[in-house]
Design a protein around this ligand. Structure first.
Ligand code: PRP
Length: 214
C-alpha cells in the first residue's frame, strides 16, 4: 500500500499513552502537537511520517481498532480481555505491569476453596465470568461495578472482587488480600485485522523497531 495513507493510532488516555509516546519517540516518531497539555484537540498528526494519533478511554481503544477507525491501538491486557474484540494482539510493550486477581478478606478464602456460590464484584464482569465459570467451574453471581471495587466486600455487597493489583497498597489499606491470581497484565499493541494485511510492511517494521527497544 502507498505511503500516502495515514496510519492511525488509538491510545488509551493517561499513563499508557504517555509511556507509548515515549517509546515511539525513541524510534524517531514524534508528535509535537500532542505535548501541548492545554490543547483541546482530539486528533494529532505527524505529516512527515503520515501518522495520526488520538486519545480515547481505554475500553474504547479495541472498538476503534476492530472497526478500522484506528489501525493500531495501545491498551492494557485487562481491557483487551474484557472487550473481547476481533483484533490482533501483536506486542507486549512491557510497561503497565500488574495482575488481575481475586481479592477479598482472608475469611473469603474458605468460600473459594469450597466452591461456594459467592458474589463477585468487578469492573471486569467478562474476565470474572471466564475465570469462575470456564476455568474454576464455580457458579458465582457477578456484580458489575465501575470503580473503587474494593468497597464491595467492605460494605457487604460482595464476598470477593476481581480487580487489578499493582502495588497491593489499595488492598492493604482496606484490609483485603490477594486470594487467587488470574493472570499477569501489561500494555499491549493491537492491530486491525485488515490493516495488518494492507499495511503489513509499515506495521511489521514498526513492531520490530519497538521490539528492539524492549
Ligand atoms: C486500580 C485498581 C485498584 C488499584 C490497584 O484502580 O482497580 O483499585 O488501581 O493499585 P495498587 O495495587 O497499586 O493499590 P484505579 O486507580 O485504576 O481506579 P478505579 O478504582 O476507579 O478502578
Amino acid at each position: 500500500m502507498s505511503e500516502d495513507r495515514y496510519l492511525t493510532f488509538a491510545l488509551g488516555k493517561g499513563r499508557l499513552a504517555t509511556k507509548t509516546l515515549e517509546l515511539l519517540e525513541r524510534i524517531g516518531i514524534t508528535c509535537e502537537e500532542m505535548k501541548d497539555k492545554d490543547s483541546r484537540k482530539l486528533i494529532f498528526v505527524n505529516e512527515e511520517k503520515k501518522l495520526k494519533f488520538f486519545l480515547s478511554k481505554g475500553p474504547d481503544v479495541p472498538t476503534y481498532v476492530e472497526y478500522g477507525a484506528a489501525d493500531i491501538g495501545v491498551v492494557g491486557k485487562d481491557t483487551i480481555m474484557e472487550e473481547n474484540r476481533r483484533v490482533y494482539e501483536v506486542l507486549d510493550l512491557g510497561f503497565g505491569k500488574c495482575r488481575m486477581c481475586v481479592c477479598g478478606p482472608e475469611s473469603a478464602r474458605e468460600l473459594l476453596l469450597h466452591h461456594e456460590r459467592i458474589r463477585v464484584a468487578s469492573k471486569y464482569p467478562l474476565i470474572a465470568k471466564e475465570y469462575f465459570y470456564n476455568k474454576k467451574h464455580q457458579t458465582v453471581d457477578i456484580i458489575k461495578l465501575n470503580g473503587s471495587v474494593e468497597l464491595g466486600p467492605i460494605v457487604g455487597l460482595s464476598d470477593v472482587i476481581v480487580d487489578i493489583v499493582e502495588t497491593g497498597s489499595t488492598l492493604k489499606e482496606n484490609g483485603l488480600a490477594v486470594l487467587e491470581e488470574i493472570c499477569p497484565l501489561s500494555a499491549r499493541m493491537i492491530v486491525n485485522q485488515v490493516s495488518m494485511q494492507m499495511e503489513t510492511e509499515r506495521i511489521r517494521s514498526l513492531i520490530s523497531q519497538i521490539r528492539e527497544l524492549l
